[in-house]
Ligand binder design. Structure first.
Ligand code: NAD
Length: 340
């Protein structure tokens, strides 16, 4: 078992990473908790032992259910079981479940403890760590969007039980590998030299370090969006046919080409991006066919993470990855062409 500490003052917590880690769950529960509300989905074959009475709430699968309506249903369930501020919510699932369970916990009685049992690779290395919670706002008259309603609400602990990965579909595993690939370029570590448990734990630790330095995304946390500027544009332009993690794989290759075009890195570093994304993680780093480059550049200019006037990217250099503002549309377009 590997323990990663997330140092956030009085909101600090531990993440347990390893095969069978869910058996350590009881150790992460607040000592005051007399009852637990478990939030999960029907297709998730992960059961947890808490040692205290609990009720299980099964939420729907898919982004459509990541909604305020689901939060209301959960809160009615919490009311029905008499869940108090001293009790605990347990999210057992991927990023969707932990985002929803975390947000429900953040608003129930103005905030009660939540513990996440992450069951997807993407959840383990990303969504369950760092305290961003929330739901989508369903579009009405064209107004709405993903993750628009939410709160920063740190969990009291996180379990990453690697046994859960054995039942994940190959597509969900690919999505997680896209996010994992990004971590290879955020530090100088040789993540490929590590065995899987150590590598996942190191990704958790890198995220923990970034979050600890910038909990509410005022600066450094933006580096976690490495590869995401093109990825978001690809998701929109393919109407989400390309999954997020798959799009991040393409986005990382693009970010390398753009950095080379701007003279920030050389050919060898671009090749390292291919070695990680396509070699190690077996993701397709090429642009999906049939997309209009001009349209992708336009969408990249609208990316909400970087809305600051003009094109902003997270780009590599020999000092590491940095936020780079004011990239010209011509360079952005030329780097798309460089991908071949
Ligand atoms: N809060 C954050 O910082 C953050 C970061 C990244 C992504 N997210 C959010 O995470 C969500 C995506 O998360 P995800 O990729 O984990 O997808 P997901 O939670 O939608 O899960 C994908 C599918 O896998 C199933 N599943 C989960 N665990 C399983 C298991 N062990 N075995 C078999 N099936 C299992 C789920 O039921 C679902 O059908 C998005 O809503 C995204 O916005 C949040």
């Amino acid at each position: 078992m590997i323990t990663v500490h997330v140092p956030l003052g009085d909101r600090s917590y531990d993440v347990f990473v390893g095969h069978g880690a869910r058996r350590e769950l009881a150790a992460l529960l607040p000592t005051t908790a007399k009852r637990a509300a478990i939030v999960t989905q029907a297709g998730i074959p992960v059961r947890v032992e808490l040692g205290i009475p609990s009720e299980t709430f099964v939420i729907g699968d898919g982004e459509h259910h990541k909604s305020l309506a689901t939060i209301e249903t959960l809160c009615r369930g919490f009311a029905g079981m008499g869940l108090t501020r001293n009790d605990v919510v347990i999210g057992v699932g991927g990023g969707m479940v932990t985002d929803v369970a975390g947000f429900a916990a953040s608003v129930w009685h103005r905030g009660i403890p939540v513990v996440h049992v992450s069951t997807t690779l993407l959840g383990m290395v990303d969504a369950a760590i760092g305290g961003k919670t929330g739901v989508n706002l369903e579009a009405v008259d064209g107004v709405g969007g993903k993750n628009l309603v939410g709160a920063y609400w740190q969990p009291s602990g996180v379990i990453c039980d690697l046994d859960a990965l054995s039942t994940l579909s190959s597509r969900e595993l690919r999505c997680g590998r896209g996010e994992m690939a990004k971590y290879h370029f955020l530090t100088g570590d040789d993540l490929l030299a590590m065995a899987e448990p150590e590598r996942i734990a190191r990704c958790v630790q890198i995220k923990a370090e970034v979050v600890a330095g910038d909990e509410r995304e005022g600066g450094r946390r933006a580096l976690l969006n490495y590869g995401h500027t093109l990825a978001h544009a690809l998701e929109i332009e393919t109407e989400y046919e390309i999954a997020h993690g798959e799009a991040v794989g393409v986005g990382l290759i693009y970010a390398a080409h753009l950095a080379r075009r701007l003279g920030r890195i050389g050919d060898a570093r671009v090749q390292q991006h291919y070695d990680v994304v396509e070699g190690a993680y077996e993701l397709d780093g090429s642009l999906p066919p049939g997309l209009h480059p001009q349209q992708l550049v336009r969408l990249m200019g609208l990316d909400k993470k970087v809305l600051d006037g003009g094109l902003t990217f997270v780009l590599d250099s020999d000092r590491g990855v940095e936020v780079v503002k004011g990239v010209s549309p011509e360079a952005a377009l030329a780097a798309l062409a460089d991908m071949g």
